[in-house]
Ligand binder design. Structure first.
Ligand code: TXA
Ligand code: MG
Length: 322
């Protein structure tokens, strides 16, 4: 693993491109979360990602491309429903599992026949992808099982000294990871809930099945994930859980109002008027903040489940898993 004295943070695309071209890792902004990027064709750099994240080599990586046209070196085939989804959601927070081309190193897909691919919606990263001319593999830029980063400061805090550069594209405006869709005989299935709701996917391609089971199909659907160090309770009934745990020093994350049961400085309210898009953009930052406050318990209020609420509860349920 490359060690540096200090990880630099800046907006210098040329420096980022130069480092990536030299086989180094650079953290990059996307609309979902920050990614820890490497040149897809450089196996040594790809392997470094697993070392820096302390991630098992059995957990494959998402490939980021700047356009549908540039997929030719990444995927071997595009089923018709995948093409419809690309048209509807790219650039954007949708990852597709497609048959991989021969050029994709096995380390990227953990030996699987499919490769995960998406075109991210972030001007700086799209410009970077065009400049380097090779696809970038990038998992979220957090240590394995910890909370994903949604700003450059989060990455610096978690990976300082382990990578040379964080390309700072500001706070991620979606704030949770991409939705993942795979295909079996051309039929679509959901592998990870994410920033695009199931309802919105189904408007484009009709009914989809769930590939997610308790046993966790996508390797990254491991039950424990997105977790703060501080124990977290995902709560259906906030006030009841605060009372139940009243002997603890509690911090609260909620999507609507402050509760009267705790001082407001121990609470983070994610949005106003049930605007869950804003709540999503703020959720991981709130978890990072709460995890740094020395509480012995974080209680996070679960969301109503239509739309993106389902994806947000998925993250809260995994954050509390042990
Ligand atoms: O929004 C996102 O998707 C972010 C940004 C950086 O693009 N990336 C991200 O990557 O969340 P990561 O590695 O943290 O999560 C990727 C998920 C993992 O659960 C992984 O197991 C799954 O995608 N995955 C990747 N390649 C796969 C494949 N070939 N087959 C099945 N699952 C795959
Ligand atoms: Mg991740």
């Amino acid at each position: 693993m490359t060690t540096v004295q200090e990880t630099l943070v800046g907006k210098d695309i040329s420096l980022a491109a130069q480092l990536l071209g030299a086989g180094k890792l650079v953290a990059i902004p996307t609309e979902t979360v920050y990614g820890l990027a490497a040149n897809m064709f450089c196996e040594e750099a790809v392997n470094q990602i697993f070392t820096v994240k302390q991630r098992p080599a059995t957990n494959p990586l998402i490939v980021h491309a700047h356009s549908v046209e540039s997929l030719t070196e990444i995927v071997a085939e595009i089923p018709p429903k995948a093409a419809l989804l690309m048209q509807a959601f790219w650039p954007g927070p949708l990852t597709l599992l497609l048959p991989k081309s021969k050029q994709v190193p096995n380390a990227v897909t953990a030996g699987l026949p499919n490769v995960a691919v998406r075109v991210p919606k972030h001007a700086l990263t799209l410009a970077l992808l065009k400049k380097v001319g090779f696809p970038l593999v990038a998992p979220s830029a957090n240590p394995y099982t910890y909370i994903s980063p949604t700003n450059a400061g989060h990455v610096k805090k978690m990976l300082n000294g382990k990578i040379p550069y964080v390309l700072d594209g500001g706070p991620c405006n979606m704030g949770i990871e991409s939705t993942i869709i795979g295909f079996s005989d051309g039929m679509p299935a959901l592998y990870r809930m994410g920033a695009i709701s199931i309802e919105d996917i189904e408007k484009v391609i009709g009914k989809i099945t769930l590939a997610i089971t308790e046993k966790a199909i996508a390797p990254g659907m491991h039950l424990k994930h997105y977790s703060p160090i501080t124990p977290l309770v995902a709560s259906d009934n906030l006030e009841q859980d605060i009372i139940k745990h009243r002997n603890h020093n509690i911090g609260v994350i909620t999507y609507n109002n402050y509760t009267q049961l705790l001082p407001s400085e121990k609470q983070l309210v994610l949005c106003e008027n049930d605007d869950f898009k804003t709540a999503a953009a703020n959720l991981y930052a709130a978890m990072h903040t709460m995890d740094g406050k020395g509480y012995d318990l974080i209680i996070a209020h679960k969301f109503p489940e239509p739309g993106i609420g389902l994806s947000l509860n998925d993250r809260l349920n995994r954050a509390r898993a042990t």
